[in-house]
Design a protein around this ligand. Structure first.
Ligand SMILES: [Zn+2]
Length: 126
């Protein structure tokens, strides 16, 4: 538990975020209800909530970078095939679920595209 390595002071900013999260994640209340909780129990509870938050955060950040619907754009402005360079043809939106390291699933909605030349289909980034 006591990691001598990586022993560093958290920044002031991180301490403030933690104080806010403690309430938002229900940890303050939980601690009051379970004053005898062990280190492992506290860690497991924090992990569970943090993993959920983590998944939501990843989902939000990913969607932040999303540009508008590309399939309606002019050919020259559409994403291009990684193999032959032809502009992709939009095939509608598809939803994928990705697994995070924390074991939570993240929902991603992307416009799926196929190449008119080689027929390869994929999700262009952004
Ligand atoms: Zn192609």
């Amino acid at each position: 538990m006591k990691a001598k390595k990586n022993k560093r002071e958290r920044s002031q900013e991180m301490q403030q975020v933690s104080a806010g999260l403690r309430d938002v994640l229900g940890m303050t209340q939980r601690r009051k209800e379970h004053p005898q909780a062990t280190w492992a129990e506290i860690e497991a509870a924090v992990d569970e909530r943090m993993n959920q938050l983590r998944a939501q955060l990843i989902q939000d950040v990913v969607h932040m970078g999303e540009t508008e619907e590309w399939s309606q754009r002019l050919k020259e402005e559409r994403p291009k095939c990684a193999t032959c360079g032809k502009p992709l043809v939009g095939r509608g939106e598809q939803t994928r679920w990705l697994q995070t390291n924390g074991g939570e699933a993240v929902k991603l909605t992307r416009t799926y595209g196929t190449c008119p030349q080689c027929g390869v289909g994929f999700f262009p980034p952004g």
